[in-house]
Design a protein around this ligand. Structure first.
Ligand code: NDP
Length: 249
């Protein structure tokens, strides 16, 4: 039987790259996207192909809906199926107080983290739902523990964008459940990736680990395990879950 295909946005590095590699180890073919880091994305593809699975890297800025539509057209014509979507691409904002945030910054983080995930999910759902001749499928949205913590004095705008992702997950999971599509979210805590450099403090994981019950930052592979489980048939009755992967924080 032909392997299932998962699309993972923002998978040139960090949590997305680990998810792509683990999904391939579990037998999935993988389409990954990147925004600028082409060679990092190509190296993920190489590693997957060495496992005997098929993989493709596509350049997509999820803040640009035309690029998202082109990506899904490519999936239709070149790969011919889509079984799972991981809405992982995301951007964080610099550490600052709420009163100092510009409207441009607020719009940008919502465009990438929220609208980008919405449009990817719309395109995936159209192809997956049984009523349109699809075969069903699974969507995992990568939220953040920030959605329940609120990130005061750091990046309330980013935290609120992830709050939107939680609510989106709850609503969409109920809307498409009877059409064979499961929708869940993971909420990572502090994970050791490049993301923290974009806050202006690349040492955040080290500095904040004392506030985590497990006393350490998480590894991207530890989030990937949860995501790959959620898209798999092992999670066949899990729908609308917001799964914390945050070391107890
Ligand atoms: P990284 O910074 O390590 O990787 C980000 C990935 O997203 C890269 O592949 C990057 O592509 C891509 N990307 C960034 N902006 C865009 C864009 N506009 N359009 C398309 N792709 C884009 O991040 P993480 O792995 O840490 O984060 C992945 C997800 O996990 C995000 O949604 C983040 O909010 C969430 N998360 C992370 C936590 C953490 O502590 N690290 C905690 C909680 C949630 P390129 O390489 O080409 O730039």
């Amino acid at each position: 039987m032909e392997s299932k295909l998962v699309l993972i946005t923002g998978a040139s590095r960090g949590i997305g790259a680990e998810t792509a590699l683990l999904a391939a180890r579990k037998g999935w073919n993988v389409v990954i996207t990147y925004k600028v880091q082409k060679s990092a994305a190509e190296s993920v593809v190489d590693r997957i192909e060495k496992m005997g699975r098929r993989a493709w890297a596509v350049k997509v800025d999820v803040a640009n809906e035309d690029e998202i539509y082109a990506l899904f057209r490519k999936i239709d014509t070149e790969y011919g199926r889509l079984d799972a979507l991981v809405n992982n691409a995301g951007a964080i904002t610099g550490i600052t107080s709420f009163v100092d945030m510009s409207p441009e910054r607020m719009r940008e983080v919502f465009n990438i983290n929220v609208i980008g995930s919405f449009i990817c999910a719309q395109e995936a759902v159209k192809r997956m739902i049984l009523g349109s001749g699809g075969q069903g499928g699974s969507i995992v949205n990568v939220s953040s523990a920030a959605s329940r913590i609120g990130s005061p004095n750091e990046f309330i705008d980013y935290a609120a964008s992830k709050g939107a992702i939680d609510t989106f997950t709850l609503g969409l999971s109920k809307e498409v459940a009877s059409e064979g599509v499961r929708v869940n979210a993971v909420r990572p805590g502090l994970i050791s990736t490049d993301l923290h450099a974009d806050t202006g403090d690349k040492d955040r994981p080290e500095k904040l680990k004392q506030f985590i019950p497990m006393q350490r930052a998480g590894e991207p592979s530890e989030v990937a395990s949860a995501i790959v489980w959620l898209i798999s048939n092992e999670a066949s009755y899990v729908n609308g879950a917001l799964l914390d992967v945050a070391g107890g924080r």
